[in-house]
Design a binder for this molecule. Sequence first.
Ligand code: ADP
Ligand code: MG
Length: 621
Amino acid sequence: MEKEDQGLAIGIDLGTTYSCVAVWQEHLNRVEIIHNDQGDNTTPSCVAFNDHQRLIGIPAKNQAATNPQNTVFDAKRLIGRKYSDDIVQKDRMLWPFKVVAGDNDKPMIVVNYKGEEKQLCAEEISSMILGKMRDIAEAFLEKPVKNAVVTVPAYFNDSQRKATIDAGAIAGLNVVRIISEPTAAAIAYGLDKRSSCVEERNIFVFDLGGGTFDVSLLTIKDKNYHVKATAGNSHLGGEDIDNNMVKYFVEEIKRKNRVDISDNPRALRRLRTACEAAKRTLSFATTTNVEVEALFGDNNFCSSMSRARFEEINLELFEECMKTVERCLTDAKIEKSSVHDVVLVGGSSRIPKVQQLLKDFFNRKDLCKSINPDEAVAYGAAVQAALLSEGIKNVPDLVIWDVTPLSLGISATLDKVMSVVIPRNTTIPVKRIEVYVTLEDNQSSAEICVYEGERKRASDNNLLGFFILAGLSRAPRGHPLDVTFAIDENGILSVSAEEKTTGKKNMITITNNKDRLSTGEIERMIQEAEVYKDEDKKFLRKAKTKSDLDECIYKMSNFLKNEYISATLCSEEKKAFRSAINTATDLLDEENVEHEIVVFEDCLAGLQSMLERVMDMGQIA
Ligand code: ADP
Ligand code: MG
């Protein structure tokens, strides 16, 4: 496999709700899951803005209830999608933050940052999370990290994959490879079972996360990982389960208290947090309390939920999962009895009912739980990253064969039928040639429209881009042109057309897709990301200076209370000290004025030199 770029690459699982980063540790000969500054192996995919600063990860999630409009999560649901997309419209209703239509129908997230309204696209939010994961890795490795393998759901289409690469670029990360999450999980699992994997094994990966659901059928033989089929649902996961619980309790409150909290974002957010915690508890307990202090007005909310009730209100969702499981097996043309291992991935795969339905479906087969469902994806990404990093030996040698999640084709005929060039679930990288024929006599140019999707009528599918092959030689209708579709290892498509008789050629990598950020836009966003970083740094520096100043005032005041020192100082000096303390205290108390950092730093420096003098006296004493 080709080694791309220099230096060590990390593996990032950029999840809808939680992200995870891992690295191959050469001296240990294994993958290390890297914990964040709070000691957790996963970090909430959450970014928040307020009047003073930007927050990413845990601090962002922790303040969500008090700042719901400016706390952005689920950006992955928006990435590579259009504003008018049904899924975006549906999601928008449930989010406490605002999403509006930007240029070219691009969804833009509206936040208030430092008193100003800002519009950010999903790539920018994702770039902030990727940047955070990079920072976590850099702190652990104690060296800069430039390259990363980033995972995406298997069903992510061309523009969603590209948007993810763009998000990396904005964060200053070189995304050396995009791999699908279940493939990554299978790598992790395959490594675990390596010694027992001599025969070909069919592995079924069931990944039920926070916002997405992915299933895949892979075969593993020796070092080869081959994805046979994938299926998924971009709108099914733990958050939908949380929503069902919220809906249930909103109705209960309506009934019992005659209060409707459905238009109170703060209350809903707090209730959702309590529901998520209750849900986690119900994975090991059969009943749990749900309590929120002062949920509406002064009313404390206190209720309970049994596992049975929990299962009842989510049964439809769980059954939907099982339908997807069935579809995947049908696509792979594999009987469920031929599946050797069923692997659980994603936090929501811990739900007992989900496990029970899955086990029943696979004729009571034991499910594999030996890999940590939260870390498996990042684990696999780190192995792939090591394979692409220079100078790393001893990485397990494996070859990954991914598949296309959607059919790709052109619209060629008059009736605008989608003519599929590469069917769904074809192994990539792949190159296919389709003959396109002219529709009219002496046609001088041909317009090639490239679509992805499963619908028969081309216009019902997603138009990825188009190009024109002009200057065709004069010929009766039916004149052949070769249209070549090539998909690289990242799942990214390029299409070319050639008039065989003359060698005239034209091609596109699908970058004129309206969803994609232009190089200029990425450049601008990279610069803005630097600004954010600087501002974050400045904010921390200011906060630290203020706290140092506070500490200094405290020490000074205490020293002045010391009788010996007080007696040693002349009254002029004492006055100067008191006045310096008062000025500093006033400066800290001024809430309405935003002073520059230097103002605090100068004040601190002055006070510190005075403090040193006093401390010297203290030592003499
Ligand atoms: P994603 O990859 O979509 O970001 P994860 O795989 O990290 O998601 O899973 C996160 C989801 O798993 C959240 O909705 C969380 O509430 C849920 N979850 C985590 N632990 C449990 C548990 N013990 N029981 C039920 N759900 C859980
Ligand atoms: Mg996940």
